[in-house]
Design a protein around this ligand. Structure first.
Ligand code: BEZ
Length: 234
């Protein structure tokens, strides 16, 4: 890739760039096909590589857990369809890793040998590689808006607990109109929006249901059951 090639980088709050693609589960029209669902769109450098294989097996074994949180998974790897099929068959038939075996990848894996989709999403970062996608994760909400983006280099496998935590935290923020502090998990206290006036600052400090460290930093309890009831499908 030329040094001065312009690489588009979607940002948080943008509409997810549209594309049609061939995948291991047939054609998809993104994000239109996923309207009403959260989606995690994630990229891999290439098929038949060890870090990617460990990640793919992990995501596949967590697919049901993400589905219960109304979230679909869509993978992308800079390789062709037949390579994808062969890789997924090898994973199912031959690879055993950390107690996972016979793992069937049921979510779509996008063929992107041309890197058209990867380039649209800023997944090709020439400082790291101009022919392989970095490990990008895009969280797209039910309205097709990008809500969070995480990028990892080629050598670093993702933390799937964190991906799930981030998904549930964003859904909780939407559902209850709160923010979530460092390392938040369901059951932990949540943050109420900062006071926007002197009067509100006083109200906050006087509110017995809040725990205010100071006027600008108030938390409140939010039951784990209430969170899970709101974000998980029955
Ligand atoms: C891997 O998935 O193992 C990998 C892919 C590209 C570069 C380095 C590692």
């Amino acid at each position: 890739m030329e040094e001065n090639t312009i690489i588009s980088m979607p940002r948080i709050g943008d509409k997810a760039p549209e594309f049609k693609a061939v995948t291991t589960q047939g054609e998809i029209n993104f994000p239109a096909d996923y309207k009403g669902n959260w989606v995690i769109l994630f990229s891999h450098p290439a098929d038949f590589t060890p870090v990617c294989t460990s990640e793919f097996m992990t995501f596949a074994s967590l697919e049901e857990k993400f589905e219960k949180a109304n979230c679909k998974l869509v993978g992308l790897s800079v390789d062709g369809l037949y390579s994808h099929i062969a890789w997924l068959r090898t994973i199912k038939d031959k690879i055993e890793y950390k107690g996972m075996k016979d793992v069937e990848v049921k979510f779509p894996l996008i063929e992107d040998i041309t890197m058209d989709v990867a380039k649209k999403y800023g997944m090709i970062q020439p400082g790291e590689s101009s022919t392989k996608a970095v490990r990008a994760v895009f969280f797209v909400d039910p309205k097709g808006i990008i809500r969070a983006i995480i990028y990892y280099p080629l050598s670093l496998g993702r933390n799937f607990d964190e991906l799930y935590r981030a998904l549930i935290a964003m859904q909780t923020a939407d559902e209850f109109g709160v923010a979530t502090p460092a390392d938040w998990n369901p059951g932990d206290d949540v943050i109420v929006s900062p006071a926007g006036s002197c009067g509100m600052a006083k109200e906050r400090m006087d509110d017995k249901d809040l725990d205010c460290k100071d006027w600008f930093f108030c938390t409140k309890k939010l039951d784990k059951e209430k969170v899970l009831k709101a974000v998980l499908k029955k």
